[in-house]
Design a protein around this ligand. Sequence first.
Ligand SMILES: [Zn+2]
Length: 315
Amino acid sequence: MRFRYYISVIIRCKMKTKVAYEKTEGERQIIVLKTNGCSYGKCSMCGFFKHCARNVTSADLAAQFDGAIKEGVKELHLLGSGSFFDDKEVPEEFQRYVFERINEEKALKRIILESRPEYITEKKLEMIKAKAVGKEVCIAIGLESRNNRIRNKVLKKGIGIGAFEKVAERMAQYGIGLQAYILVNPPGLTEKDAVEDAVRTAEYVFCMGKKLGAKVKAAFQPAFIARDTDLEKLFEAGKYKLINLWAVLEIIKRTHKMGNISAGLDTEGLADYYPKGCARCDAAIREAITAFNATQDIEVINKIACGCSKGEKNA
Ligand SMILES: [Zn+2]
């Protein structure tokens, strides 16, 4: 019984690895593991529970990881469906395994993991320090917004700003980088206010990083409609509008001088509805944002032009 389950996890993972779960761009690899699922699971826009399974063991995860990892990549983004450092979602044995295993990957310089703050304990920080020798470790945390009401009432993140700052400080002391996810366009805001909220949140993150002497990145994620979420209900009731990609370009233009930023366009196969430009400029905007993410060169963003941004009708 157990054996059969173990096989099925690996096969499913391998199939999905080929289709949509793993992308390489240059020398960066993204691996999405099929984990036990986020223990928190309350966030109003998150559809990642679709990626998870049950009773996933450390050995299952090691098989997924070994099957997916490519030799020669410089940066590895290892995702699950919530928090890498949550022992219920990702058995601790596998957490240790990852840090040991990446030491064999000579070309690999940086690993990025994701976690809610409460799982990034002293024990985990010590584990990273002891095992990830010579590798840059970065932990991505879904702050989403500096605004407490938006973060905790609207998005139901359950993350206090004090807890976020405390863990950011500890990470900085251990030399661990912080990537703050910022949700662009939470429900209840106009497009203009959504842009302001994202810009202010980035300002806050970089200001905090400077104070702590921490390596910080702001990763904007324009909200998309993941299936079976609170956000999908709002969208279907006509109470939520997707943001236009031009607003995302504005956010990039206003924040790129603050520090290292990126804007995510990928929906991980979780959404049918996501932010777009118009029929004429959508592809060009996506291409420009992808190029910007890789190079931080604002010129690729500045040169995008389309009548739709000035209110002209679509072609
Ligand atoms: Zn356009």
